[in-house]
Write a protein that binds this ligand. Structure first.
Ligand code: PFF
Ligand code: NA
Length: 454
C-alpha cells in the first residue's frame, strides 16, 4: 500500500497526538464515573480488577485501534474497510466501525448531560453558592438540579454548542492549544485537592477503601463493570481513538505512545479517587451514592477549604474542559465519516450530529424528572444508555477489534505498522491481543449471562 494521508489533517507531532488522545481519554470517566462506581462496587477488589483490565485488555486493544486508524487514514468506518480490503477481507468488516459510531453517539447524549451539570457547578462556584455548605445542603442542592429540567437543558445545550464549535474548526486548530494548557492545569488542581483531602483526617480510610482487596465483595457483575469502564475510560470501542490514530504522524511509535496515554489516564483516575474518598469518609457520606457522588462531596470540601471558592471554580472548570476534549473525540469520527461519504462540509455535518445528540440528550436529562417513569429493561433512559454502551457495546466492539487485528489482518501489515523494535515485545503484544484479551472479555460476558439466567 502506498503511503496514505488523511484528508482531515495530521497532528503536528507525536506529542500532539498524545495530548489529543489523552484529552479524549481523561474526562468524566476518570473524575466522575471511576470514583462513583468504585464506591458502588465496594472499593479495593474492584480497583484491582480495573487495573488488570487496563493492562491486559485496554492497552493492547488501544494499540490495535491506533494501528487500524493510522493504516486506513480515514474515519473509523472507512479505515476498517480499507484495511480489510488491503488484507483481502470482506468490506463487511466495516460493520465494526458502525457499531462503534452508534455507541459513540449514545455516549455523547448522556455525557453532555453530565457535562451540563459540571457547567452548572462552575457557575455556582463562581457565584459563591457553596461557601460553608454542609453535607445535607450539598445533597439537596444536587437534588434540586436533577428536579429542574429547564436548568439542565440550558447547560446541556451550551455544552453541545461548545463541542460543535471546536469540531467545526477541525481538530488541528484550537483544540491542540487548549489541551496543552488545560491538561497540566487539571493535574495540578487534582493534586491540590489531594493535598486538601490529606488534611481531612480520613486520608487513611480513603486509601484503604481504594486499595485493600477483599475478594468476597467482588461479584461477576462488578467484574463486568470494571471491564466496561476500562474501555470507557480509554475511549475504546467507539471510534474515537481509531479516528485520532488516522491523524497520527507516520514516524511515531504506537506502542510507547499508547502506553503513555494509558498510564496518564489511570493516574488521573487513581488520584481522583484518592482525593475524593477521604472527603467522603470525613463527612460521613455514603461512598455508594452513585452518579451524584462528586457533585455532593466536592462542594462540601471546597466550601470549607481556604480559598475554596476559587479552587472550586477552577476545579469544575477543568472537569468541564476534560469533558469537552472527550466529547469532541466522540463527534469527530462521525463528522469525518459524513465528510468522506457525502462530501459534506464540516459545518453541516456537525450541525446535524450536534442536533441529533442534543435531542436524544433531552430524554437523558428527563430521566431524573419528567421521564422518570419511562424505562427500558427496567432502567431509565440515562442508566440504560450508560449500561448498554459501557457494559455491552464497548467490550463487544473491543472483542471484535482484537479478533480482527489479531486473527484477520495480515501479520506482515500489523507488524510493519506497529514497527516495534524488539521482536519479543511484538510477540508478547500479539499473543495478548489474539488470546488473552478476547478470552477475558468472552469469559466475563459468559459468566454474567449465566448468572443473570441462573
Ligand atoms: N474516555 C472518556 C472519559 O473517561 O471520560 C469518555 C469517552 C470519550 C468515552 C470518548 C468514549 C469516547 F469515545
Ligand atoms: Na478516561
Amino acid at each position: 500500500m502506498q503511503e496514505r494521508q488523511s484528508i482531515h489533517g495530521t497532528w503536528a507531532s507525536r506529542w500532539v497526538f498524545i495530548l489529543a488522545a489523552t484529552g479524549s481519554a481523561v474526562g468524566l470517566g476518570n473524575i466522575w464515573k471511576f470514583p462513583y462506581i468504585t464506591g458502588e462496587h465496594g472499593g479495593g477488589a474492584f480497583v484491582l480488577v480495573y487495573l488488570v483490565c487496563i493492562l491486559l485488555v485496554g492497552i493492547p486493544i488501544m494499540m490495535g485501534e491506533v494501528l487500524v486508524g493510522r493504516r486506513g487514514r480515514c474515519s473509523p468506518i472507512n479505515s476498517v474497510k480499507e484495511t480489510a480490503l488491503e488484507s483481502g477481507l470482506s468490506s463487511r468488516w466495516q460493520l465494526l466501525g458502525w457499531m462503534g459510531a452508534l455507541a459513540g453517539f449514545m455516549i455523547f447524549t448522556f455525557y453532555s448531560v453530565i457535562a451540563g451539570w459540571v457547567l452548572h457547578y462552575i457557575a455556582g462556584m463562581a457565584n459563591g453558592d457553596y461557601t460553608d455548605i454542609g453535607r445535607d445542603q450539598a445533597g439537596s442542592h444536587f437534588e434540586a438540579l436533577l428536579a429542574a429540567p429547564q436548568t439542565m437543558l440550558i447547560y446541556h445545550s451550551i455544552f453541545v454548542v461548545l463541542v460543535m464549535l471546536v469540531v467545526v474548526g477541525g481538530v488541528n486548530k484550537g483544540l491542540e492549544r487548549a489541551t496543552r494548557i488545560m491538561m497540566p492545569a487539571l493535574f495540578v488542581l487534582l493534586l491540590l485537592l489531594l493535598g486538601y483531602s490529606f488534611t481531612t483526617g480520613s486520608f487513611g480510610e480513603g486509601l484503604s477503601f481504594l486499595f485493600s482487596f477483599s475478594l468476597e465483595a467482588l461479584t461477576w457483575d462488578s467484574v463486568l463493570v470494571a471491564l466496561g469502564h476500562s474501555f470507557f475510560t480509554l475511549s475504546l470501542g467507539m471510534g474515537a481513538i481509531l479516528a485520532y490514530g488516522a491523524y497520527m504522524p507516520k514516524n511515531a511509535s504506537i506502542g510507547g505512545t499508547v502506553l503513555t496515554i494509558g498510564i496518564l489516564d489511570t493516574v488521573v483516575a487513581l488520584v481522583a479517587g484518592m482525593a475524593i474518598f477521604p472527603i467522603v469518609f470525613a463527612n460521613d457520606m455514603d461512598p455508594g451514592a452513585g452518579p451524584g457522588l462528586i457533585f455532593i462531596t466536592l462542594p462540601v470540601a471546597f466550601g470549607q477549604m481556604p480559598g475554596g471558592q476559587i479552587f472550586g471554580f477552577l476545579f469544575f472548570l477543568l472537569v468541564g474542559v476534560a469533558a469537552w476534549t472527550s466529547a469532541i473525540s466522540l463527534m469527530e469520527p462521525a463528522t469525518a465519516w459524513l465528510v468522506e461519504r457525502f462530501g459534506l462540509e464540516r459545518l453541516p455535518a456537525c450541525l446535524l450530529l450536534g442536533f441529533a445528540g442534543w435531542a436524544v440528550g433531552i430524554a437523558c436529562l428527563g430521566s431524573f424528572n419528567f421521564l422518570s417513569d419511562f424505562t427500558l429493561l427496567g432502567m431509565n433512559t440515562f442508566d440504560f444508555l450508560d449500561f448498554v454502551t459501557a457494559n455491552i457495546m464497548l467490550p463487544l466492539g473491543g472483542l471484535l477489534l482484537a479478533i480482527y487485528v489479531g486473527w484477520f489482518l495480515k501479520t506482515r501489515v500489523v507488524e510493519s505498522e506497529l514497527a516495534i523494535a524488539k521482536q519479543l515485545h511484538f510477540r508478547l503484544w500479539y499473543l495478548v491481543l489474539r488470546l488473552v484479551s478476547p478470552v477475558a472479555v468472552a469469559i466475563i460476558f459468559a459468566l454474567n449471562l449465566y448468572q443473570k439466567l441462573a
